[in-house]
Design a protein around this ligand. Structure first.
Ligand SMILES: Cc1cc2nc3c(=O)[nH]c(=O)nc-3n(C[C@H](O)[C@H](O)[C@H](O)COP(=O)(O)OP(=O)(O)OC[C@H]3O[C@@H](n4cnc5c(N)ncnc54)[C@H](O)[C@@H]3O)c2cc1C
Length: 468
């Protein structure tokens, strides 16, 4: 297979596909190597199945609100088997149309099934077949991290993957971890009727998120009956008679939690082991992720890496753009293309939804800015009262010298949509005044961004209802 392909990609996830399509559009012949399901995490066991179930749980919650305000709807219970069938259909449709059909219909893309492993910087081996090339992209992603907790692997437990494949709704669920996946899945299962306990080692949930935003989410989840236990260290796990017991230490005292099922959600480990990266001269960082520069170049000439395997933002959109930047750099080294993580928005699909973009107050200060910020309670947004979704906050971070918006951090109904506008503001260097002077639809949750901008120098409680 020497010289048949201009680019060889390890993986076929969202990062690999974005890179492959970019390369193909520039006339390159691309080989993707995949050892498991075509499409990788996002479509098979990440974004799509989780958001389909989360949306269904949101509908159920909305129906309860409807019943409270006189719509006469009654809870008919959850037919979890039908719900999982629906989820499988959504996943199957998107895998077919976004991955399989593309492979079939776009010329110049080839898929090889098997595990790829570098033998040297210019050769990979797949199931005994040696393939030589000059340009490679490592897009092997990651998998759920399993911490070394005594007793854990001696019985059954769930990860983010298997928790999306359950056929029966668990009566109770203990979750180890208080990060994104723990809270998204915990709230989803809670809303469908499972009793949920979250065990978080640190003093608050969502450790990587602005503290005020994390607190707003934590309060909302507790308000829905989720038990969130903070400052707790898991010491061991025992599996007994179909139940799981989790032994912990909290405040110097032993404490035990039990549930029908256990979900371990303590982050993602990089898929870098056993794929010959050492033989290829690709350096890893201390956590095992592939070390890359802002052009996604690794330490080995001719080898780029992108997506979850580099341990960056670990979201599908960022990985896909990284794949594109890597391809632009390898096919046109003079382009000066770099990845802009700072204006890349991300969301956490709890309710309220978390939206994040740009600097936090702390990172802005570290970057040398004099920082000014304003926080708006979602309660101040008229639309929040229309929908009954009054929980959360919106925070804008700005440069006090120029008023330039440096970041937005929010927990808010429809936060995953609203943050896109904030990302434009960060990317195109808009100021707080620009945002405050831009009319927004009334009533809409998006108006919250404008109200927050107005709040830098006005008391928004004294504005008329159309915020003038
Ligand atoms: C539960 C969950 C929910 C998520 N929700 C969202 C969301 O709502 N929005 C969002 O933006 N992101 C979300 N993410 C994150 C997102 O799914 C990932 O960031 C993204 O899928 C990573 O894409 P990737 O292509 O880098 O890696 P992957 O999609 O993991 O692809 C890597 C591929 O490489 C293959 N592979 C690995 N090693 C080899 C080898 N040696 N040879 C051949 N093939 C190999 C793997 O089988 C896999 O198919 C979620 C993740 C999870 C787990």
């Amino acid at each position: 297979m020497a010289d048949e392909h201009d680019l060889i990609i390890l993986g076929s996830g969202s990062t690999a596909f974005a890179a492959a399509l970019r390369a193909q559009s520039r006339g390159a012949r691309v080989l993707m190597i995949e050892k498991s399901m075509l499409g990788g995490t996002c479509v098979n066991w990440g974004c799509i199945p989780s958001k389909t179930l989360i949306h269904a749980a949101q509908l159920y919650q909305d129906a309860r609100f409807g019943a409270r305000v006189g719509l006469g709807l009654h809870e008919e219970g959850v037919d979890f088997a039908r719900l999982t069938d629906h989820k499988e259909r959504v996943v199957g449709h998107l895998r077919q149309t976004r991955y399989l059909d593309i492979l079939k219909n776009v010329p110049g893309l080839t898929l090889l099934r098997g595990t790829g492993r570098f033998l040297d910087p210019q050769t990979v081996e797949v199931e005994g077949q040696r393939i030589r090339g000059e340009k490679f992209l490592v897009a092997t992603g990651g998998y759920p991290r399993i911490p070394p907790i005594p007793g854990l692997t001696e019985g059954d437990f769930l990860t983010s993957r298997s928790a999306l494949l359950l056929k029966e709704l668990p009566g109770s669920l203990v979750i180890i971890g208080g990060g994104v996946i723990a809270l998204e899945m915990g709230q989803m299962y809670r809303r469908l009727g499972t009793s949920v306990t979250v065990l978080e080692h640190g003093p608050r949930v969502l450790p990587a998120v602005d503290g005020d935003v994390a607190l707003a989410v934590q309060e909302a989840l507790c308000g829905e009956g989720m038990e969130i236990v903070l400052d707790v260290t898991v010491c061991g796990v025992t599996h007994r008679n179909g139940a799981t017991l989790v032994q912990c230490e909290r405040g110097g005292a032993p404490v035990e939690f039990s549930a029908e099922r256990l979900l371990v959600a303590v982050g993602t480990a990089p898929a870098t082991a056993g794929i010959g990266l050492e033989e290829a001269g690709v350096e890893l960082d201390p956590k095992g992720y592939v070390r890359v520069d802002e052009r996604l170049r690794t330490s080995a000439p001719g080898i780029w890496a992108a997506g979850d395997v580099t341990g960056g933002m670990m979201i599908a959109t960022a990985g896909a753009r990284e794949g594109v930047v890597a391809v632009d750099d390898m096919l046109d080294p003079g382009c000066g293309c770099t990845m802009d993580h700072l204006s890349t928005p991300m969301a956490i699909f709890t309710d309220p939804e978390v939206g994040l973009v740009g600097h936090t107050e702390a990172s802005a200060r570290e970057a040398g800015y004099e920082v000014v910020s304003n926080t708006l309670p979602v309660f101040a947004i008229p639309k929040a009262h229309v929908t009954g979704q009054t929980a959360g906050i919106i925070k804008l971070v700005a440069d006090s010298a120029t008023g330039r918006i440096l970041g937005a951090h929010l927990a808010c109904h429809r936060g995953a949509d609203i943050i896109n506008e904030a990302a434009l503001a960060v990317r195109f260097r808009l100021t707080v005044t620009d945002l405050a002077n831009s009319l927004h639809v009334y009533p809409s949750m998006g108006e919250g961004l404008r109200l927050c901008a107005q709040g830098f120098d006005r008391d928004v409680n004294l504005l008329s209802c159309c915020a003038e």
